[in-house]
Design a protein around this ligand. Sequence first.
Ligand code: AKG
Ligand code: FE2
Length: 367
Amino acid sequence: MRLAGRAHSINSTVRTLIARNFNALPIIDISALIQDDKSSSAVDCTAAELHKACRDVGFFYIKGHGMPDAVTEGVRREARRWFELPASAKQQIALGPQTAYRGYQQLGANVTRYDGGFQRDWHEAIDLYKEETDMAASPVHGRNQWPHHCPAFEGALRQYIDGCLHIGQAVMRGIARGLGLQPGYFETAKGGSTTADSSYWVTRVIHYPPLEQGAATTGSPQAAPGREIDRSVQLSCGEHTDYGLLTLVNQDPDIPALQVKNARGEWISAAPIPGTFVCNIGDMMRVYTNGEYTPTLHRVVNTDPSCSRVSVPFFYETSFDAEVAPIPALLQPGEAPKCAPVRYGRHLESKVLSNFELEPQADIVAG
Ligand SMILES: O=C(O)CCC(=O)C(=O)O
Ligand SMILES: [Fe+2]
């Protein structure tokens, strides 16, 4: 791994393409990182595993993360109850530009854009973001719309977010170490701040009904005339990469729905494994590593005809204002940066502002 020096014996793009022919996702025990024993050789081994997984797959499971099952299961159980509420109750915290895109998105409001159009994703969700103090600085800055009328759900969510921040920080320290950087690199690299408190975060609580319901509404005349793509396969969530550093996915057991694309174009199942999170790296890691780590396309297809699925992805990010650029120490002598610098918050805004088609859809009844 990096700690022993970085031998670029073959062109890194060629190597990435060869390596990305994965058929399964690695499972990595991160308990040494959670214990934060800086001198432990177990930490070095874990860092090496993370490096290989980020470079060759972009996805991996983590176990030994320390979050009790009661927390991961509790947040999904309370979410499921909340999504069973009548549509009118859920719409009380509806998201839109006026709520800084925080709150409830009804079924089909989230879209995946393709050349020439978009397809509605067949899910409903609650979106929460870190609350920044300067509300005027961004269209996504604002107060969250917590499900106040369900205290058990709100409590479970807050506990879950605290735990995910801790796990995200530990995994990013391992990734930094695997790259041969100081373990705290992704904290100190954040626009001059030196505390983990500057990490931005996003969480999305998602409910995916079985897809049969969705198929009937694809191409409906009420939906954005002329622009919706009539694709034969309705997806729960269309293919995409994530926007930031690291995603942790807490998903319902027994319902394989998350799929990850390998270099041969095959969709590999990231089926649930009890006690684990599925993790993946996002767009910012490509820039930081000058393309050595690339985010992997993934999608969600809930093919179970009888069960809806709940997942609660947590996105552990760099600070909102971070100027993300290839890390000089990761460049080979004479290697030019090929990834243009990007400000994380601007990247997030551009994605969030194009994620939704919020006009009323007369044919879709959520709840
Ligand atoms: O629900 C899942 O398993 C993953 C969802 C996802 O990819 C996302 O929200 O970015
Ligand atoms: Fe994703």
